[in-house]
Design a protein around this ligand. Sequence first.
Ligand SMILES: Nc1ccn([C@@H]2O[C@H](COP(=O)(O)OP(=O)(O)OP(=O)(O)O)[C@@H](O)[C@H]2O)c(=O)n1
Ligand SMILES: C[C@](O)(CO)[C@H](O)COP(=O)(O)O
Length: 403
Amino acid sequence: MDADRQTPHSALPGFGARVLHERDPMTPFSACIVAAGSGTRAGRSLPKQFERVAGKPLLRWSVEAFASHPLCREIIIAVAEGHIEMARQALEGLDVILVEGGASRTRSVKACIEKASQPLVFIHDAARPGLSPALIDRLLHALEDTSGAAPALPVADALARETEAGVEAVSRDGLMRVQTPQAFHLAALSWAFDEARGADYPDEISLVRAAELQVKLVEGDETVFKVTYPDDFARAETQLGGPSGLPVMGTGFDVHRLTAGDGVHLCGVFVPCDLALVGHSDADVGLHALTDAILGAAGAGDIGQHFPPSDERWRGADSAQFLTHAMQLAREAGISPAHADITLICERPKIGPVRDAMRARVAELTGLPLARVNIKATTTEKLGFTGRGEGIAAQAAFTGVLR
Ligand SMILES: Nc1ccn([C@@H]2O[C@H](COP(=O)(O)OP(=O)(O)OP(=O)(O)O)[C@@H](O)[C@H]2O)c(=O)n1
Ligand SMILES: C[C@](O)(CO)[C@H](O)COP(=O)(O)O
């Protein structure tokens, strides 16, 4: 370090190294995510940060984790020059600042912090999707009396080094596995970058230590492991998608009024008759009930939230597109469809003659095998509005399995 360069604050006792700035517990931070790597070791066709894991691009998991923290004011992401558009798509709807990454991880970090405006800064690998608010808070707490902090975990396996002379045992005493995010006072990290004069470091606590500033380790978290090799995707998928194999289900119910006409849309099939169903869309009461059941299983609200009847785009719309959208959300939520069951409640039209066509259409729309789609019909014995032929009601159940 240059003898004539002054750190912005005086030395504090502790670790024989300096601390820059003490922190107010409510100090806001900038989140910097490095996503400019090529992911060579992961062996996928896309760089790993853009591969979908448990329904979303790997990078998006970390962005959403930071975005939901109350002290995070901005999210800056370094991406390779040719991947800006892919990053935009992966992060659609999220408020982020994209910057061009560098040829090394350290350079990508530098590109991010040059845009950072908050007093504290978090540096995180896009390849570590399992970030929790508790870990962010542990790091923020550590910054109250140190320049930088990183999560770390003990080493569980024995260690060895292979040399030309043979295998050498290495003591694991005192060794830790260091993860990200790593958190810093921006002034300290910027200072350390100046001191580094363009040298690369494996991570930012190494860089900050090289500038003789103080860092602390906090308890790490196995769930924020780095997706590095091909098998790591399955581990991330299981971890982020919740318990694999868990059954999920949803139910749906809908009613549409009947009037005179030349046919009704039911379960994706046009049934010619002297009736018509009244509605903003094609009023396919069977597909609407099933769409709600799918949205229920996906934890994604109801059909009216996604396709409001006040929206002119859905006037006369084919309800198949509502169901297709719900299926997409279910898949993104990590659900593999297992079974769909619809009950149509009406006196007329007769469902028997069109039941097979309906099952085939629902199977096509959901991606389910025909044997896993069931369509039933019942009357209400001439009772109530369905019995009087004033409307058709439908109820549906949808089950799936979490991948
Ligand atoms: N020039 C670089 C290199 C890496 N990274 C990012 O740094 C993180 C950790 O790096 P690593 O796991 O090594 O990712 P890659 O360099 O992409 O992987 P590989 O070494 O297998 O190619 C990743 O989020 C990666 O995108 C970056 O932003 N810029
Ligand atoms: C920053 C890091 O994730 C901390 O564990 C690690 O140093 C990145 O190493 P890589 O070789 O670039 O994957």
